[in-house]
Design a protein around this ligand. Structure first.
Ligand SMILES: C[S@@+](CC[C@H](N)C(=O)[O-])C[C@H]1O[C@@H](n2cnc3c(N)ncnc32)[C@H](O)[C@@H]1O
Length: 342
């Protein structure tokens, strides 16, 4: 990670600055126990994204609708070599403040709309929590697809029930008491659209329920407060091509629509028949699997560190044997001055 915390700012100065830049959408760690005070459940969604086959290492990344830059900074932390975030003036000011405060390199921000995106190419485009806020969601995907060379990641509310998955719900500004939404797209609509934009390898993941999600209450009732069909949080990964790194992933986990079954990660496949009415159970199960994967990863990292330490010990031992050996050789070769003539 290339961030260095700025030591020359005192806490109250920082807190005043954060107040000045309010309101915040995202909660981002700035320093010690100070976070920007945003309600969006960024960490939860990052955990999901981090468990997906999305490799940021060495990539150029666009974070469309980046808000204060949480996902842009994460992509950089994960090794992206160039990240660009776009949003409106208010949020770009916040993102730039954090970037400058933490001296984060390789991440840049610009005031720019997804409908008139930068004239640059990116290997990965992130469209997180944005689609349903747009008046023309598919026009935005089309524009971003044109400047994306490898992969698009969409995280969104979506209609997933078999009756609704091919539809778009026009919500006329209010959805879950949130007045910043226009449409809730069906999962199959989004996937089909991505295919027609040149991203034929498409796979979606359902979000485990987040009980603490302020907008999550309708997941259990089946309807929003406005009476619209309840949506589900999903993440869709779409690739232009599949390569050796990703091939097995797409082979193992074929794209199955919710009309024939529920989501198809490996655990879901094995649990398919039990899944339909057990979303919260699925969530736990999902997180168990993610946590298990993380435990294994941590174990391996721990073992790796132990091995590196052990190699160091062996190298030291080898060096001390080497110098002992050299000493011995010198002693043997030294003329024995006191040796009596025979
Ligand atoms: C719900 S927030 C999601 C922020 C962030 N991507 C996340 O997932 O936490 C939606 C963001 O999209 C931005 N946005 C809305 N319309 C946009 C547009 N036409 N072009 C770029 N950004 C837009 C908003 O300003 C806001 O920051």
């Amino acid at each position: 990670m290339t961030s260095i915390i700025n030591p020359n700012i005192d806490r109250s100065q920082l807190q005043n600055k954060l107040k000045e830049l309010a309101p915040w959408g995202q909660s981002i760690h700035v320093m010690a126990d100070i976070h920007t005070p945003g309600p969006l459940d960024t960490e939860h969604r990052w955990r999901l994204l981090d468990s997906m086959p999305v490799n940021f290492k060495g990539k150029s990344v666009l974070d469309a609708g980046c808000n204060a830059g949480y996902f842009a900074f994460k992509a950089e932390e994960m090794g992206a070599n160039r990240v660009f975030g776009i949003d409106c003036n208010h949020y770009i000011n916040q993102a730039n403040f954090i970037k400058n405060f933490k001296k984060i390199k390789n991440v840049d921000f610009a005031v720019c709309s997804v409908f008139d995106p930068p004239k640059k190419e990116f290997q990965i485009s992130l469209i997180m929590g944005l689609l349903y806020h747009l008046k023309h969601p598919f026009l935005a995907i089309e524009k971003l697809a044109k400047i994306t060379t490898e992969m698009i990641v969409i995280e969104t509310e979506a209609l997933v029930s078999p009756d609704d998955t091919h539809k778009m719900q026009f919500v006329e500004h209010t959805f879950r008491n949130d007045d910043s939404s226009w449409w809730v797209p069906g999962e199959e609509c989004i996937k089909g659209f991505l295919r027609t934009c040149g991203f034929p390898h498409v796979k979606s993941y359902y979000f485990p329920q987040v009980p603490e999600n302020p907008f999550g209450f309708h997941y259990s009732t089946g309807k929003t407060v406005e009476g619209f069909p309840a949506s589900q949080r999903i993440m869709i990964i779409a690739r232009k091509h599949i390569n050796s790194e990703t091939e097995s992933f797409f082979d193992e986990l074929p794209n199955v629509s919710p009309s024939s079954s529920f989501p198809t990660t490996s655990y879901e496949k094995s649990q398919n028949s039990q899944l339909k009415d057990q979303t919260s159970h699925d969530s736990n199960f999902y997180w168990e699997e993610v946590n298990e994967y993380k435990r294994i990863k941590q174990n391996l990292e721990q073992k790796n560190t132990e091995l590196i330490d052990y190699i160091e010990v062996l190298e030291k031992e080898r060096d001390s044997w080497k110098s002992a050996h050299e000493e011995l050789v010198k002693t043997i070769e030294k003329p024995h001055i006191n040796k009596p003539f025979s």
